[in-house]
Design a binder for this molecule. Structure first.
Ligand code: ADP
Length: 188
């Protein structure tokens, strides 16, 4: 099973993605985590990406699409994968489609975790993980980038009959149960 996770910063996407991927024995592919590791390791991609991350901007589509295309061919993705944080623009969705068709793969469902903006701001300003992009002005910018560039992807996956909307309010366990229910019945 191959899944896409969509949702604004602060929606709890990473936590839910990890749980669902573990439950299904599929790889959790988080582009944010991949980029933060690349920055920490000082790789070429990391050097290119650092400024974008610090400003809350998106790294160039082709850079991230190439990373993901390579990542989904790793051994641990052979049972399936959950893409967390990608695609994030319509151009990335097209690049993903191209990579998947070349590998004879497809997306089975796209899970959108929905949380209202007041709650998102509340969560992001109090999560205090020390992420360099969790400064108030950068948070506001990440939410704008999401609304402008990423939110339209829900329509794209909805047109394809793949979108599963999940209410992201409530406890982690409550949301996890909704997420699990939303993908039930998909072929594994
Ligand atoms: P969040 O969803 O909380 O903003 P992520 O960990 O998913 O956090 O992403 C953090 C940052 O990594 C983004 O603000 C962006 O700079 C970069 N990033 C992650 N995924 C992508 C992507 N698919 N395309 C471009 N940039 C990305």
């Amino acid at each position: 099973m191959n899944l896409v996770f969509l949702g604004p910063p602060g929606a709890g996407k990473g936590t839910q993605a990890q749980r669902l991927a573990t439950a299904h024995g599929i790889a959790h592919v988080s582009t944010g985590d991949m980029l933060r590791s690349a920055v920490a390791e000082g790789t070429e991609v990391g050097r290119q990406a650092k400024g974008y991350l610090d400003r809350g901007e998106l790294v160039p589509d082709q850079v991230i699409a190439d990373l993901v295309a390579e990542r989904i061919q790793a051994d641990d993705c052979s049972t399936g994968f959950l893409l967390d944080g990608f695609p994030r623009t319509l151009a990335q969705a097209e690049l993903l489609d191209g990579a998947l068709s070349g590998l004879d793969l497809a997306i089975d469902a796209a899970v959108l975790i929905e949380v209202n903006e007041d709650e998102l701001l509340q969560r992001l300003t109090s999560r205090g993980e020390g992420r360099s992009d969790d400064q108030p002005d950068v948070i506001r910018h990440r939410l704008e980038v999401y609304a402008d560039q990423t939110a339209p992807l829900a329509g794209l996956y909805d047109q394809r009959g793949l979108l599963r909307r999940v209410d992201g309010l409530g406890s982690i366990d409550d949301v996890a149960a909704r997420v699990a229910g939303s993908v039930n019945g998909r072929s594994v």
